[in-house]
Design a protein around this ligand. Structure first.
Ligand code: SF4
Length: 418
């Protein structure tokens, strides 16, 4: 864990109204000031960066049009802070000025870390209740992959090998598409939407690169892949310390405190899988620093979120951790893979390397059997019944396709065609 990722327990500025200058307040004098001052008008802006961000949110919301806002909510600290600041702003407005609908949208890959998903569900319920109580124009929604494109349907049904860095088939199907579909739907209803993301430039080199692609000197940028979607990144220039500082010092406007979130980071021991809405963001999904991703994630060499939770005393996740490790282990076992890809072709790279096809049927059956046993023992819902039905349909389709290919091959041999 880096100092920046360290939750509040080891830091001194945990109380409200401290007289000690916060990183946010003192940032004009820090090494970050050059970068920030070149991109943000601090000569004329308030000293406190938090005030500046609040001002940006207030100004953007007051723009004379009705484009709805969509907040991509992962339940992590950054998107929580964005939701916090926006809900706080809506509450501060008279009812007559709450003219813009704000969607707070989480995505459930259906294989999320169980504790993280629980936290997201509780947070969304709290926000929903506050929206009702304060009469706020907030829509809370959760998206999910298409039933035909879930992790298990692709892994067990189609036999896709466990995802890795070279074949990361999961992010687009499980994260980008569900969120993008929601955004497209809203854009088609309203003409244009504004997507609020909790991305921060200092989060990582990858995020800095992705953020730079959107730098055009104005508050809103066109989304690279989604027509009708403008992107607003209100906390782009905050550092990790700033985010923790603000969350620790300010109670969420929907009630309670951010303690559950802080505890979650302590238990998981690290960073999060951010909201992903484009392929250029995909490399940050399932990276070594991501600890809040899918519990099945085999893109990371060693799972850190479940391991962190197990280390924090959540022993019930140990069997899930072992199952994930087994998925990594079997991935490159040639005995478990078919020679041909699903399109019937044999793949050999330009360098002459043979690339095996999907998991064979025996392995797919074994994965399903083990998963169902794990589900029964863990008493957690790990795979849904419709997924099992779809998997069985795909198996039947694969058997038919394979039989047809064999017949075709025999005909070819019989007629002597090459
Ligand atoms: S966390 Fe891992 S398994 Fe989940 S979508 Fe990202 S890369 Fe894929």
């Amino acid at each position: 864990m880096t100092a920046n990722d360290m939750p509040i327990k080891d830091r001194s500025l945990t109380t409200s109204h401290t007289s000690v200058p916060t990183p946010a307040m003192s940032y004009i004098a820090t090494e970050h000031s050059c970068r920030r001052s070149s991109e943000m008008p601090f000569q004329t802006a308030p000293k406190d960066i938090l005030d500046f961000i609040r001002q940006q949110i207030q100004q953007e919301y007051a723009e004379p049009h009705g484009k709805p806002w969509i907040i991509g909510f992962s339940g992590g600290k950054d998107s929580t802070l964005v939701a916090h600041l926006v809900v706080e702003h809506l509450i501060s407005l008279p009812r007559s000025e709450r003219t813009r609908v704000v969607h707070i949208v989480a995505n459930d890959t259906l294989v999320e870390s169980p504790l993280v998903m629980k936290h997201v569900r509780i947070s969304l319920t709290e926000i929903q209740k506050a929206a009702h109580a304060f009469d706020l124009p907030i829509v809370v929604a959760t998206t999910a992959p298409e039933p035909n494109q879930t992790f298990w349907v692709n892994l067990i049904g189609r036999g896709y090998p466990s995802p890795n860095r070279n074949f990361r088939w999961c992010t687009d199907r499980m994260k980008i598409q569900p969120t993008s579909n929601y955004i497209r739907d809203q854009a088609s209803i309203s003409g244009e939407v504004i997507l609020l993301l909790g991305v921060r430039r200092s989060e990582s080199a990858t995020r800095a690169g992705a953020a730079a692609r959107y730098d055009n000197g104005s508050r809103l940028n066109r989304h690279n892949d989604l027509p009708g979607c403008l992107v607003f990144r209100p906390i782009l220039e905050l550092d990790t310390d700033d985010v923790w500082e603000i969350l620790a010092e300010n109670k969420p406007p929907w009630g309670g405190s951010h303690d559950r979130l802080i505890q979650l980071y302590r238990d998981a021991g690290g960073g999060e899988c951010p909201v992903v809405t484009s392929k250029s963001d995909a490399p940050s999904c399932g990276t070594r620093s991501s600890r809040f991703g899918c519990w099945t994630c085999t893109v990371v060499e060693k799972d850190k979120s479940l391991a962190g939770f197990v280390d924090s005393g959540f022993d019930q996740f140990m069997p899930l951790l072992e199952f994930r490790d087994w998925l990594v282990e079997i991935r490159n076992d040639p005995k478990r893979r078919l020679a041909r890809r699903r399109n019937g072709r044999v793949t050999i790279t330009k360098k002459g390397v043979f690339v095996p096809g999907p998991f064979n049927m025996a392995t797919r059956r074994e994965i399903l059997d083990r998963l169902l046993t794990l589900q029964a023992q863990s008493e957690m819902v790990l795979i849904a019944h419709p997924e099992i039905e779809r998997i069985r349909e795909l198996w039947v389709e694969d058997v038919i396709v394979s039989a047809e290919r064999n017949v075709q091959a025999q005909r070819t041999l019989a007629t002597g065609d090459a």
